[in-house]
Design a protein around this ligand. Structure first.
Ligand code: IFM
Length: 468
């Protein structure tokens, strides 16, 4: 067999899921409701009116899913822990039955030779914390640190890497800014307060993990950085792209890795917030040494300054109900997606992944990077041969693997790649209507069915070379 590209021998190939999207067992073993249970109960919030109460039933079927991963040949499984299983009520105590589930999962993964890569927060905030205000409230960051310490204390001897938060961008901007995600608020001032308290939660969480699991614990955060290009090379569009970069990416990267917010972001958002929620000492708490940075990438964004648009006053900003995701960007618009769109309506630009990795690596030399999510949704069906043939997903994956190869060629210290997702699952506001899996989930039977993409990935990860 001829091959087109090989990867470093220690490169980690993995796959990923998240608790609410796959576990099910919504009320089992003491788990209490989270904000997604509440959000899903509101008619109209979820495309198919569904919720995560059963999902892929991984809570009961994890041995079968681990057997599949073993056959796939991946070296790591990135999953998340459901906070309301671990701390089901305000103030604790920790729930031993909740911890026992992750204990079993981690042991089974290790037995199968698969590294457990744990995310502590992939969006399932306990409802009791949202009842007190959720992420716009400072106290939530401290409660997160308590929870992180509990989990790290219980599993720290076996977990490979600890990721504090997954995609805080979505939490702040979709959850509190434009309302597309739980808890469904539409408030840019709340979104910016959430940004800061998520950053604080990350920093306090890293400290709590180290205190519980030891200084050697490998820590990380996963950011869905937006690769933002200017629509033209005109100065106003270039400036627009940099403004979007600051509010989408800089508000996480700079405090977490440099110890301060991008100065210009305060001016960009002055009509939205005075950022008075930042307290002395917060920057030092937020900026903690990390073992690596996780980056999720699906599609890039082209933006331009809207001709003639002016930034609203504070009063107008509060009154006009403008609810784009990024606070302070009322004078900027994104170009519509182009080319063949995935089932999510997202365009496909693998070079965006390469460019993003190169930009971050240049900004933070010496920091190891990992692609913690990348994948695509398509309208899969089971063929008469009982399998799923998904050439568009294979092509997407192959093109993005080539892009990470180019990033490695350019000297990016990229250490691993996790395909999103192990199996079709609950895709948030889209419910079960969008399928991202390497494996097809038959929700009626909970059978997992091989897609061609899973076979392609199997060949890649078992040979460490792109199939010709
Ligand atoms: O399914 C999500 C995941 O939970 C977070 N990153 C993006 C994926 C696809 O939308």
């Amino acid at each position: 067999m001829t091959t087109t590209r090989t990867f470093p021998p220690d490169f980690i190939w993995g796959t990923a899921t998240a608790s609410y999207q796959v576990e099910g067992a919504g009320r089992e073993d003491g788990r209490t409701p989270d904000i997604w249970d509440t959000f899903c109960a509101v008619p109209g919030n979820i495309a198919d009116g569904s919720n995560g109460s059963v999902a892929c039933d991984q809570y009961h079927r994890y041995p079968g899913d681990i057997a599949l991963m073993r056959e796939l040949g991946v070296g790591a499984y990135r999953f998340s822990v459901a906070w309301p299983r671990i701390v089901p009520a305000a103030g604790g105590p920790a729930n031993p039955r909740g911890l026992a589930y992750y204990d079993r999962l981690v042991d089974a993964l290790l037995e199968a030779g698969i590294r457990p890569v744990v995310t502590l927060y992939h969006w399932d905030l306990p409802q009791y914390l949202q009842d007190k205000g959720g992420w716009p409230q400072r106290d939530t960051a401290f409660r997160f640190a308590d929870y992180a310490g509990i989990v790290a204390g219980a599993l720290g001897d076996r977990v490979d890497t600890w990721t504090t938060l997954n995609e805080p961008w979505c939490v702040a901007y979709l959850g509190y800014g434009c309302g597309a995600h739980a808890p469904g608020h539409k408030s840019h001032p709340e979104a910016l307060a959430a940004v800061h308290h998520l950053n604080l939660a990350h920093g306090l969480g890293v400290q709590a993990i180290r205190a519980a699991a030891g200084e050697k614990a490998k820590t990380s955060i996963t950011l869905n950085l937006s690769m933002t290009y200017p629509a033209t090379d005109q100065a106003e569009d270039v400036a627009a792209a940099e403004q979007v970069w600051r509010i989408a990416n800089g508000v996480w990267l700079e405090p977490e890795l440099e110890g301060h917010y991008p100065e210009q972001v305060f001016a960009d958002t002055a009509h939205v917030s005075d950022w008075s929620f930042i307290r002395d000492g917060d920057p030092a708490d937020i900026c903690q040494p990390l073992s690596n940075l996780g980056i999720n990438y699906y599609s890039p964004n082209w933006v331009r300054r809207i001709p003639g648009a002016v930034t609203p006053t504070a009063a107008e900003a509060g009154a006009n109900g403008w609810v784009g995701p990024h606070p302070g960007t009322e004078t900027i618009e994104s170009l519509p997606p182009d080319g063949e769109l995935t089932a999510m309506g997202w365009s496909q630009h693998p070079e965006g992944l390469r460019d993003l990795l190169v930009r971050v690596a240049e900004a933070y030399p010496g920091l190891d990077l990992v692609v913690t999510e990348n994948g695509s949704a398509w309208d899969d069906t089971v063929a008469p041969d009982g399998l799923v043939h998904d050439p568009q997903r294979v092509a997407y994956l192959a093109a993005h693997i080539e892009a990470i190869g180019q990033a490695l060629d350019a000297g990016v210290p990229l250490k691993g790649y996790f395909a999103w997702s192990l199996l079709d699952n609950f895709e948030w506001a889209c419910g079960y209507t969008k399928r991202f899996g390497l494996f097809y989930t038959d929700y009626a039977t909970q059978n997992r069915i091989w897609k061609d993409t899973a076979r392609w990935y199997q060949q890649l990860v078992t040979t460490n070379a792109v199939p010709a």
